[in-house]
Design a protein around this ligand. Sequence first.
Ligand code: NAD
Length: 520
Amino acid sequence: FGIASSQFSSTAAAETSSWRNRNSLRIPNLIGGKFVDSQSSESVDVINPATQEVVSQIPLTTQEEFKSAVSAARDTFPSWRNTPITTRQRIMFKFQDLIRKNMDKLAQNITTEQGKTLKDAQGDVFRGLEVVEHACGMATLQMGEYVSNVSNGIDTYSIREPLGVCAGICPFNFPAMIPLWMFPVAVTCGNTFVLKPSEKDPGASMILAELAIEAGLPDGVLNVVHGTHDIVNAICDDDDIKAISFVGSNTAGMHIYARGSAKGKRVQSNMGAKNHGIVLPDANVDATLNALVAAGFGAAGQRCMALSTVVFVGDSKSWEEKLVERAKSLKVNAGIHPDADLGPVISKQAKERICRLVQSGVDSGARLVLDGRDIVVPGYEQGNFVGPTVLSDVTPDMECYKEEIFGPVLICMQADSLDEAISIVNKNKYGNGAAIFTTSGAAARKFQTEIEAGQVGINVPIPVPLPFFSFTGSKASFAGDLNFYGKAGVQFYTQIKTVTQQWKDLPSGISLAMPTSQKS
Ligand code: NAD
């Protein structure tokens, strides 16, 4: 996964050498500050989606190994929560510096394992880096509240305390940004953490974990375990884990939300999407078309905030032809090539699924105005490439509209009015993001008020909030009540303790009545 064994910390040398001798492709777990090989005989291949080359393997970590990771996190919690918050922040300062210095290494790894272009991979790291920068100011973010003299000589204050061991379960599409949404906020609040990266591209998580240790994160504060469903279920069931952050599909997310909550845990679950862009005829044509093409096909459509559906209102429908021309001009290639606009999709199965959903659209009456399904990229004939694809005249009853496609496929619909367009968006089950393109302030304000989506863009196609706000998907795109990062992120990883103190005017007699601040 792109790290030479000598780059692991020296304390881990004994553990790392054993796994490297046995199988150099296998990625270790990180348990109690040591990179240790799993004893499991089962592995999953991590495959370069442009070449099908096996890059590395993740172990299906055993239950005993998982438990030792949780125990390491649990046992480290008392000392870590008592570590001054300024010290915790300083580790994040150092961590953000190391991420910057290792940006190219991280991006290279992401492109190899995930497929996105190098430039896009840098963006993946940078958007995560911003969360680390935000965590550097945790003392202010985690501040409590104080009211003096709530009654004679009595003061009340509330403190935001860490929860204990928290866990993060990650998807494949942002191998750096999404782990960085999770553990930097959690650990700077004073929690310890168990991270389960995506089995499809775990390398960035490993590099980040190594950098976090180099930055000074003590042994046991961050642990990394690899695996799939069994480890996820173990996370949901484990009594020592107090909170779960999940990002991924609805199938997994709702399962984890139900199973984790049933065990009394906090769960925040960011899930699938079908993001719409409404285009009004008064919009700036060039800027709008450029935005639609970039947001529909960037990262091969594998962003949870990709604009996968365009609703042309009235005469803007005539812009579709120009949209197709721009989509055609995009260059599909392996992400390592500087000229690549979009790389491959993550797996053969993902490509099959995308092609099947496109075909289902055609079979139910949509017009395939641009077909990227049969694209072959010279030199990468085995890659999972899908070229930009545009389906027109799509209606809400079609499977290709109802399902999240998660590929470079733009779906075009039509509406006669803004009201009709808003109604289409609001009837969709997902509510991650929605955007409007217009020069009318009144239309934009109406859209902002009436649209049922967590993240709203006004002439901004991918309105992913920076870390001082929160990532606020809604409807079927989110389960839980406290979102990722921003104020809500700090609230998610902390619980409130409210203290009432009295140092003078202590009561002289016994009164069994409910204490109040009323004068007798
Ligand atoms: P996924 O759900 O297949 O996998 C996510 C994680 O869950 C992985 O770590 C995987 O091991 C685990 N997992 C998968 N199925 C499971 C099951 N049945 N039981 C237990 N664990 C399971 O998601 P993915 O394909 O890696 O990621 C793509 C999805 O993530 C898309 O739906 C995308 O919209 C969504 N996503 C959402 C956001 C957001 O913020 N809303 C951000 C990124 C990605």
